[in-house]
Design a protein around this ligand. Structure first.
Ligand code: PLP
Ligand code: COI
Length: 345
């Protein structure tokens, strides 16, 4: 794999969401019951034993967060403490040793600082996406937790995740489930995504951005998209998002529930969203770190496309939510206490 081009050769306006092999990543090793200090390394290849549990039994979890360039050239993180905490929860679910939160945040900052020239310029809409990843490694063959673990954080500049960016795109529902009622849907573990590849591929081939999964027990309620949570806006000024034990507790979602109430005067609602009751929404969208806020033009269900606000125009409330969230992330809007952490350059 070729190394990333020099920052001066990057087209910041048209990044998309693609892997790039940047100069530095963080790598720590867990052995004999403890993590080593970890270090920055230029090597993007992991050398692991063939018996590694991550390869056979999906003992792997990850996170996604971003570093943002502000107008005055600073670089800042959005709620990295929430990613550290969620990764600990994912580790608990897979019997993996969690990486201490303070060290997680320090390692994220060291990776951003080491690759600072790859944080896209303010105004391009681009960000530096960070991917913390933990895998079970070492000599093993039975279905047991691994004897050793690797924790890495790598990074790459990214633009829009869904092709439309802030333009609406259509989503579809699926016969397949993403998670089981008491399975691993709440955790950010690799297996959830392996199972989503086939439904995602079918959706893309049919011209949709992503799948909106329904609840695995009854297939009557919206759960979430393959890579983002769902929200709808009602005529009564409510910001509605599904409550379920089998969806990922999205940091963007909890941030928007707060911002909708405290910055936009809306009523935040976490509750059931029935797929046959979409008329209640005047606007809808997908939200997540990679997705940011991606307006949903329509959702296909039982061969019918239910259009929300418009298939081509962003609704006014979605636009306000987007402006408020990204305004905070890029440092143009005052953030709630504790949401932003600056990188000391
Ligand atoms: N749901 C799924 C399945 C995801 O992969 C993501 C992305 O992280 C989200 C929701 C959004 O979560 P967050 O806002 O914490 O990025
Ligand atoms: C994220 O938004 O960080 C995600 O993890 C979504 C996807 C790229 C898996």
């Amino acid at each position: 794999m070729a190394k990333a081009p020099a920052p001066s050769e990057i087209d910041w306006q048209n990044l998309g969401f693609n892997y790039l092999d940047l100069p530095y990543r963080f790598l720590a090793h867990y052995k004999d019951g403890q993590w080593d200090d970890g270090q920055l390394t230029g090597d993007s290849t992991l050398h692991i034993n063939e018996g590694s549990t991550a390869l056979h039994y999906g003992q792997a979890d990850f996170e996604g967060l971003k570093a943002y360039r502000t107008k005055n050239g600073d670089i800042q993180l959005f709620r990295p403490d929430r990613n550290a905490a969620r990764m600990q929860q994912s580790c608990d679910r897979l019997l993996m040793p969690s990486f201490p939160a303070d060290k997680f945040i320090a390692a994220v900052k060291s990776v951003v600082k080491a690759n600072a020239d790859y944080v896209p310029p303010y105004g391009t809409g681009g960000t530096l996406y960070l991917r913390p990843l933990m895998i079970g490694i070492g000599e093993n063959i039975g279905v047991h937790p691994a004897p050793e673990y690797l924790f890495t954080i790598f990074a790459m500049p990214v633009g829009a995740y869904y092709k439309g960016g802030v333009k609406p795109t259509n989503f579809t529902t699926s016969y397949y489930d993403r998670a089981a009622p008491h399975g691993t849907g709440q955790s950010k573990v690799g297996g959830n995504y392996g199972g989503s590849l086939l439904p995602g591929d079918e959706a893309h081939k049919a011209g949709f951005s992503d799948v909106i999964y329904l609840d695995p027990a009854t297939h009557t309620k919206i759960e979430e998209a393959g890579s983002a949570n769902f929200f709808g806006v009602t005529q009564n000024n409510e910001f509605v998002t599904p409550k379920s034990d089998s969806i990922l507790p999205s940091i963007t979602k909890y941030s928007l529930l707060y911002l909708a109430e405290h910055y936009l005067g809306m009523k935040p609602v976490e509750g059931d969203v029935y797929i046959d009751d979409l008329d209640r929404f005047t606007e809808a969208g997908a939200m997540g770190t990679a997705a940011v806020i991606a307006p949903i033009g329509g959702i296909e269900y039982q061969n019918q496309l239910h259009v929300f606000y418009s298939e081509t125009e962003v609704g006014p409330v979605t636009q306000k939510l987007y402006d408020t969230l990204t305004g905070i992330q890029f440092g143009d809007v005052e953030a709630p206490e504790g949401w932003i952490q600056k990188i000391a350059l």
